[in-house]
Ligand binder design. Structure first.
Ligand code: UD1
Ligand code: CA
Length: 459
């Protein structure tokens, strides 16, 4: 039997008080909805339908064509959101797994387990629940004297004794698809909020159909996060669980509560990560490299035994044994070779370097192809931008770039060239040459006194 996921992500998320819609809000720099969809993709579910409405283009921009969409034109509650997917799903035979778009911590093995339980128990409807010490804000699971679930009551509709119920609705359900649409159509508008509550299908179904609950052992994974305080709780939980996973795999993380590692980062054994460091996107840290403190690595690969300190590396690659920082910035597909040194206040953009190249201080290297064992003196710059377009610099092997040299691109420097300090180099330099491109110095004897009055004792 086919399995469908129906993710509800059309709500306004009023409690967030943010411009960004709730389900698009980032947790560890990745939108909440991406966690949900990624996990569904890895589960045994066949097709994914996402209900969008409020700021739907933001959600569609994130998920693109990985899912199909249903539109809820007016945000009239969770029951109404499901009904909005009727045109996509109504006729289908199968099982539907309903998830709210604000529950990012549930991973696919648990999803599979819930689906299996639903099947094995032969349920028509499975409600995923959890027990919370403080159930405030959640719908309460109401059972009759035999323990059968007869309804879900929202916090604001609970009487005093119902408020004491600790078993709550996670808003995750598995339900026979045909029955879902049959009963969702019968849901009436709530008097209090004027919304159609999906939770009402329980009351509608319990007499004629088999309803069971699946209780989550770890209540955190069923939590829905409705406001920015909730987001911080989700982030803390996720940070701890990701960091713990890496530490158990042989990664040393110093002060792990200050280290943020994204969901898709891959880290090999023997890596060291120091405080206040963020590593996100499709980043790979290879064996024995050291990252941090105070660094940010996004969508980059750091090879074996490289070191990144107090630096930012975006969309780039750092070779084996290379040291970067303090205060360096690699971006826009910088590819730094092995045994390089990229030091203080050096920026490298869209450039490659060979082996053993050094730019120890205050350099800009952009749109360049640099050979091996090149030395960039302090303050040297590849002048890549002429005000209209970006131009290329090519530098051979074993080149010495003196301090404060400007290389006006497009330009090509041969192997074994020596560029004298302070030169503004505008023409190509052939292999083995010394280039000096600066004014000759003139010394005027006994002339300085016209500018600096000599001190009395020196008269
Ligand atoms: C809901 C449940 C509650 C449960 C809680 C668990 C209902 C009536 N209540 O409450 O029992 O304990 O989740 O987290 O279902 N959405 C739409 N369209 C709408 C309204 C909401 O798509 O018109 C989406 C939201 O974007 C969100 C999800 O549905 O992703 C849940 O909505 P939310 O407003 O967060 O429901 P809760 O009040 O948390
Ligand atoms: Ca919610």
């Amino acid at each position: 039997m086919k399995k469908y996921a129906l993710v509800l992500a059309a709500g306004k998320g009023t409690r967030m008080r943010t411009e960004l819609p709730k389900c698009a809000f980032p947790i560890l720099k990745k939108p909440m909805i991406s966690y949900i969809v990624e996990n569904i993709e890895q589960s045994t579910i066949d097709d994914i339908c996402v209900v969008v409405g409020h700021k739907k283009n933001v959600i569609e921009e994130i998920l693109q064509n990985r899912v199909c969409y249903a539109e809820q034109l007016e945000q009239l509650g969770t029951g109404h959101a499901v009904l909005s997917a009727a045109s996509q799903l109504e006729d289908k035979e199968g099982t539907t797994f309903i998830l709210p778009g604000d529950m990012p911590l549930m991973e696919y093995p648990v999803m599979n387990k819930i689906l299996r339980a639903h099947e094995e128990m032969g349920n028509d409807l499975t409600i995923v629940t959890m027990k919370l010490e403080n159930p405030k804000g959640y719908g309460r699971i109401v059972r009759n004297e035999y323990g059968t679930v007869t309804g879900i009551i929202e916090e604001n509709d609970c009487n005093e004794s119902q408020k004491l119920i600790k078993e709550v609705n996670s808003s995750v359900y598995v339900v026979d698809n045909k029955l879902l649409f049959k009963y969702v159509k019968q849901i009436k508008k709530s008097d209090r909020k004027g919304e159609y509550y999906l939770t009402d299908i329980v009351t509608l179904m319990h007499q004629n159909h088999k309803i069971n609950t699946f209780m989550l052992r770890d209540p955190m994974i069923g939590m829905g996060f409705n406001d920015l305080y909730g987001i911080s709780i989700a982030e803390k939980y996720l940070r701890e669980s990701i960091n713990k996973g890496h530490m158990l795999n042989g990664v040393s993380i110093i002060n792990p509560e200050t280290v943020t590692i994204g969901h898709n980062v891959s880290i090999e054994e023997g890596v060291w990560i120091y405080p206040n460091t963020t590593i996100i996107g499709n980043t790979v840290l290879k064996r024995g490299c050291r990252v941090g403190p105070n660094s940010e690595i996004i969508d980059s690969t750091i090879h074996e035994f490289a070191e990144i300190r107090h630096s930012i590396v975006v969309d780039s690659e750092v070779g084996e044994n290379t040291t970067v920082g303090p205060f360096a910035h690699l971006r826009g597909h910088a590819s730094i070779g092995k045994n390089n040194r990229i030091g203080n206040f050096v920026e490298v953009k869209k450039s490659t370097t060979g082996e053993g190249t050094k730019a120890a201080h205050l350099s800009y290297i952009g749109d360049s192809t640099v050979g091996s064992r090149v030395n960039f003196g302090c303050g040297s710059v590849t002048v890549n931008y002429d005000g209209v377009k970006k131009n290329q610099t090519v530098i051979g092997d074993d080149v010495f770039v003196g301090c404060n040299v400007n290389l006006i691109a497009p330009i090509s420097i041969g192997d074994n060239v020596f560029l004298a300090a302070g030169s503004t180099v505008t023409k190509d330099v052939p292999k083995g040459a010394l280039a000096i491109a600066r004014n000759k110095q003139i010394n005027k004897e006994d002339y300085a006194k016209h500018f600096i009055k000599p001190k009395d004792d020196q008269k």
